[in-house]
Design a protein around this ligand. Structure first.
Ligand SMILES: Cc1ncc(COP(=O)(O)O)c(C=O)c1O
Length: 374
């Protein structure tokens, strides 16, 4: 069967790639069962019990569409951040918002700057609108701010993406460095500052809201998927000028938010004690992963996120063999997509039961690989 003949040339030209293959798809294709789901940077500590109660409550009202203005959530987020609801818009996770941002800026052939090996879903969105990706290698396992700036200027790019902290390495820049980078950008270049891991970052890594809020060429993206443990709910938001925030209204799916998810986000935001508890669990689990890595003669990288990149000291093929070997043991992890980052594996935090499965399986997998290579 062939596809419809009058799909746009762009759609016809796109490869059939996906940004990530999900653990469910891996289970199906390999006939395996995931026992420790620590690969997708989800948060296995789960959402606040208050968010769960809110979802149970909201389930009965699911016959109603959600408020198309997402007013209550925007008001609550605004109060949380000390800004106005007009400086916020809401979407189905950062991933959806990235698509809308790209759509607002990118025409076929438009140069878009990002880091080589950076967050792939952004690249996927750029490809989907026919943009031309210009990639800048990481430097010392961090996104290279100077290199990104240089590429922006060289290409006269209207869009640049930066995740702080970043995925897949878990690195971060200081707030001062980010603000300086932002101010050095041409006013004609829009920065997507992806702060998916903002809550898990150390003090001093995240620029204050005031420092960037008046800049029309900055859109910050945040999510309930990580620290709040609600990846399956699909709730993300943008912070920008009122004019930029309202631009999303021109193209977003006004009835796209899930009413149950929005109720949960409101309750989660309100439960500050639970967030604090989760953040200390995440920190402890990062340490746990780092200890397991060291016990196996591997080198954990410092992390500002809910995952740890672990340097295997070898190449991408070796990391791939570890990822595949762990999956055989029911331990789902991932790894960066390009060299030299792919000398690392990437392990997400999770409850102690998951950490123990990883701890038990890793030496077995490494031993098998070691025996196989002799
Ligand atoms: C840097 C970064 N941005 C965005 C996302 C996705 O966020 P959301 O679940 O809100 O779409 C992720 C998830 O892994 C991420 O690592």
């Amino acid at each position: 069967m062939s596809s419809f003949s009058r799909f746009t040339p762009l759609i016809q030209s796109l490869p059939a790639t996906v940004p990530f293959i999900g653990p469910e798809a891996i289970e199906r294709s390999r006939g395996l069962t995931v026992k420790a789901r620590i690969g997708a940077n989800e948060n296995g500590f789960g959402p606040s019990p208050k968010a769960i109660a809110a979802m149970e409550q909201a389930a009965r009202a699911t016959w109603q569409y959600a408020d198309p203005e997402n007013y209550d959530l925007r008001v609550a987020l605004a109060a949380h951040l000390g800004i106005t609801p007009h400086q916020i818009n809401v979407g189905g996770g950062i991933d959806e918002l990235l698509g809308l941002i790209v759509r607002m800026v990118v025409l076929p052939g438009t140069p878009v700057v990002t880091s080589l090996g950076g967050y792939p879903t952004f690249n996927f969105q750029v490809a989907g609108f026919g943009g031309r990706l210009v990639t800048v290698p990481y430097k010392n396992d961090q996104e290279d701010l100077e290199g990104l700036l240089e590429a922006v200027k060289r290409e006269n790019a209207p869009l640049v993406y930066l995740a702080n902290p970043d995925n897949p390495m878990g690195s971060w820049h200081s707030a001062e460095e980010i603000v300086a980078f932002t101010k050095a950008l041409p006013e004609t270049t829009l920065l997507v500052l992806d702060e998916a891991y903002g809550e898990t970052a150390p003090a001093g890594a995240i620029p204050s809201i005031e420092s960037l809020i008046d800049l029309p060429n900055v859109i910050r993206t945040r999510t309930f998927s990580k620290a709040y443990g609600m990846a399956g709910s699909r709730v993300g938001y943008v912070i920008s000028t009122p004019e930029n925030a309202s631009s999303f209204d021109k193209i977003r799916n006004h009835f796209g938010m899930n009413r149950i998810a929005v109720s949960a986000a409101l309750a989660a935001l309100d439960d500050k004690a639970y967030l604090e508890e989760t953040l200390s669990r995440i920190k402890a689990a990062r340490e746990r992963i780092a200890d397991i890595a060291r016990a196996n003669q591997l080198s954990p990288l410092r992390s500002a996120t809910n995952f740890v990149a672990i340097d295997t000291g070898r190449d991408g093929a070796y990391s791939r063999a570890i990822v595949d070997g762990l999956m055989e043991e029911g331990v789902f992890i991932r790894m960066p997509g390009v060299a030299p980052l792919n000398r690392c594996i990437r392990v997400s935090v999770g409850p102690e039961a998951d950490m123990m499965l990883f701890e038990e399986a890793l030496p077995r997998v490494l031993k098998r690989l070691d025996q196989g290579s002799r």
